[in-house]
Design a protein around this ligand. Structure first.
Ligand code: MG
Length: 261
């Protein structure tokens, strides 16, 4: 396993990609409502990303047809945008990748479509909180396992939901997927030592029921196997001497405060 560390200048390049990504998510947040199709969201995202001189990282990645992944309800991740029209009460994971000047940023949020059920509301809150707890672990001297441990403890021990085991976060840089893998579960103090210059895409994927998942007929979409709701939140995070730096700070953007809805 070779983890490619980034210089401060390279981290700035990734932050620039992240800024476009945050604006893309913000644009999508303003469009998400009952009746909108996931293809319409995809087209809006692609138009905006290209208008900024960037490219959508997912488009064509291993043949993926969309510019975003749009995964409603029991779909965990990797949903192909299409005819599906959002309904009031849905939750929708939107995952976006942006390439700017050869550097990739990767982030996701799960949005409520209008008012959602109490369990959906709690799932979104807990999963988002687990990402913030993970950010706190992204400091030099901690270990990879500390990230997964923080997520798993919050999600499973404290709230009784499940962390998906077979899908993990990843290093990110010039490539969308670099070493190391970043599981959302694990043992505190285990795994690779975190060092300044590492950039990680940390992305808790959480289900209400069991953590088993299955692939859909399109060979892309991943669903909770038991059909329960799933949520997914992701940041690209740089580990720096000064502590964690979120390069895709959608939580600070206009419309980034989901809780206010
Ligand atoms: Mg990712």
């Amino acid at each position: 396993m070779a983890i490619i560390k980034k210089t401060p200048e390279q981290i700035e390049c990734m932050a620039a990609a992240g800024e476009v990504l945050v604006r893309t998510l913000d644009l999508l947040a303003s469009k998400i409502r009952p009746g909108v199709s996931t293809l319409e969201l995809d087209q809006a995202a692609e138009r905006f990303i290209r208008s900024q001189g960037c490219t959508p990282a997912f488009k064509g990645y291993r043949g993926f047809p969309g510019s975003i992944c749009a995964s409603p309800n029991s779909m965990v991740v990797h949903g192909i945008p299409g005819d599906y029209r959002l309904e009031r009460g849905d939750i929708l994971s939107v995952d976006v990748g942006v390439v700017k000047d050869g550097w990739v940023a990767d982030a996701a949020r799960t949005f409520p479509v209008g008012p959602v059920s109490p369990v959906a509301e709690r799932l979104l809150t807990v999963t988002e909180e687990s990402l913030y707890l993970a950010v706190d672990q992204c400091v030099p001297g901690k270990h990879l396992g500390d990230i997964g441990h923080a997520i798993q403890r919050h999600v499973e021990k404290e709230h009784g939901f499940s962390v998906v085991r077979t899908l993990v976060g990843h290093g990110v840089g010039r490539q969308m997927h670099e070493d190391p893998q970043v599981p959302n579960y694990g043992k505190a103090g285990s795994g690779a030592l975190l060092e300044a210059g590492m950039v990680l895409a940390v992305e808790p994927m959480v289900t209400v029921g069991h953590y088993d998942v299955r692939m859909g007929d399109d060979n892309w979409s991943i669903f909770s196997d038991d059909g329960t709701l799933a949520a997914h939140f992701e940041f690209t995070i740089a580990i720096t001497e000064l502590g964690p730096r979120v390069l895709t700070p959608w939580h600070q953007a206009k419309g980034g405060t989901r809780v206010a809805a």
